[in-house]
Design a protein around this ligand. Structure first.
Ligand code: AMP
Length: 198
């Protein structure tokens, strides 16, 4: 069982997604605060990012935003966070988002969320990141991603054991227990990262 005190959450900046996604974000934020867990996220004020931060703060939780300076310059950052960290670049932001955290949660999102999620999965495959990763599959948003990842293994682009690098979770209320019960990932993952026939 993993101790989860700080989670990194990736999620959408879009303010135009369906109510079902905002509701799931709120439900997750409440569970996080109820669990005494603090959050690190991308620092945005709108979309699911904004709803996540607003709900965590309203529930009395702690949330740190990590945002590149150029986004703050155009006033994208949330103004009431527990802490706001500025980076120069998008790459520095992604690295800072996963420093000193115990788990990653990806909510529904767009290409920014996909990129963040795929980077952390790639690092995990190499053993450079070993923490649990949960993908919140609200409204079955990620059904095609799930199918693609399964195909990736079926066609030998990855090994079956790589499928345990992440967990798809349907309900926000189940995310924390899934993270807590995720088996430890090996730092030696680099030794089985490559698929080969010798
Ligand atoms: P997406 O999942 O494509 O909405 O991307 C989420 C990511 O997009 C965030 O981590 C940010 O890198 C970036 N982003 C896009 N728009 C905003 C915004 N208004 N505020 C903060 N970050 C944003």
């Amino acid at each position: 069982m993993s101790e989860i005190s700080v989670v990194c959450v990736y999620c959408a900046s879009s303010a135009m997604v369906g109510q079902i996604y905002f509701d799931a974000t709120e439900r997750l934020a409440r569970e996080i605060v109820r669990g005494g867990i603090s959050v690190v996220y991308g620092g945005g004020a709108i979309g699911l990012m904004g709803r996540l931060a607003d709900t965590v703060l309203a529930e009395g939780g702690k949330i740190t935003g990590v945002i590149p300076k150029f986004m703050d310059d155009v006033e994208w950052s949330h103004q009431r966070l527990t802490e706001l960290v500025f980076t120069e670049t998008m790459h520095q932001r992604k690295a800072r988002l996963i420093e000193n955290i115990d788990a990653v949660i990806a909510l529904p999102g767009g290409t920014g969320t996909f990129e963040e999620l795929f980077e952390v999965i790639t690092l995990k495959r190499l053993g450079l990141f070993t923490k649990p990763i949960a993908i919140l599959n609200t409204n079955n948003y990620y059904e095609n991603l799930k199918a693609m990842l399964n195909k990736c293994v079926a066609e030998n682009f990855m090994k079956p054991k790589h499928l345990s690098m992440w967990s798809f979770v349907d309900q926000p209320e189940d995310v924390i227990s899934v993270l807590q019960n995720t088996p430890q990932w090996s730092k030696d993952a680099i030794n089985f990262a490559v698929v080969r026939n010798f």
